[in-house]
Write a protein that binds this ligand. Structure first.
Ligand code: T5A
Length: 208
């Protein structure tokens, strides 16, 4: 089973994925945990270019770097794991490109869908957990976390965008969830982590 976790900045994806990973281990589910950008060696090299606030990337260059990461990530990591029969739990994937570069940056979403099809060889998730919450809440969480952990803005190029950008992204994710209801499950990310985990497990057809 190929599972992706999506959402706006600070939605709680990493926190939920930590809890899901623990739950899968307890159940004896063999799985691979990965993320984008940066789930393969190529992506690890691209990640600083994509996320560093000091990068000044043209939107199309940004798009193709995300797609290059994804193509390699699928070929090298995700598809082999699925062929072994492992579950794959991925933090962001193609829906992020369509939400951020499409709805956020204003690129043509149908074209982005096609480019993602090409980059991934048509591999789309079996289940996408969309963590939905007001963008102000997510950004505040991300900011508080960065402060607590003493992080700089070194990975904050998208967090630094204006509020309207993040709002368009939230709406874009919700539009995709409405278009593909059999794949998406929209979860209430304002819930406490334990309650959110229960929603996620139910969405994956697992007992709580
Ligand atoms: N991007 C990515 C594109 O533009 N196009 C693409 O194709 C792709 C793949 C990646 C950036 O790249 C963009 C999108 C992103 O801007 P990233 O560093 O990987 O950036 O970061 P994000 O994926 O955005 O993740 P975040 O760092 O914003 O946060 P998370 O993982 O969603 O949230 P998390 O778990 O770290 O939680 C944030 C804080 O909130 C608390 C946590 O303790 C933490 O302090 N928290 C909660 N608080 C209350 N209730 C809950 N349920 C909570 N869950 C977590």
């Amino acid at each position: 089973m190929f599972i992706t976790v999506e959402g706006v900045e600070g939605a709680g994806k990493s926190t939920l994925m930590n809890m899901l990973a623990q739950s899968f281990e307890t159940r004896g589910i063999v799985f691979l945990r990965t993320r984008e950008p940066g789930g393969c060696d190529l992506g690890a090299s691209l990640r600083p270019l994509l996320l560093d606030v000091s990068s000044s990337l043209d939107s199309r260059a940004e798009l193709f770097l995300f797609l290059a990461d994804r193509a390699q990530h699928v070929a090298e990591t995700i598809r082999p794991a699925l062929l072994r029969g492992d579950w794959v739990l991925c933090d962001r994937y193609a829906d992020s490109t369509i939400a951020y570069q499409g709805y956020g940056r204003g690129m043509d979403t149908d074209r982005l869908q096609e480019l993602n099809d090409y980059a991934t060889g048509g591999l789309w998730p079996d289940r996408t957990l969309l963590l939905d919450l007001p963008v102000e809440t997510g950004l505040a969480r991300a900011l508080a976390r960065n402060g607590r952990e003493g992080l700089t803005q070194s990975e904050g190029r998208f967090e630094a965008e204006e509020l309207a950008f993040h709002q368009r992204i939230r709406e874009g994710f919700l539009a995709r969830a409405a278009r593909w209801p059999e794949r998406f499950r929209v979860l209430d990310a304002t819930l406490e982590p334990e309650a959110l985990l229960r929603q996620a497990l139910t969405a994956l057809g697992l007992s709580c």
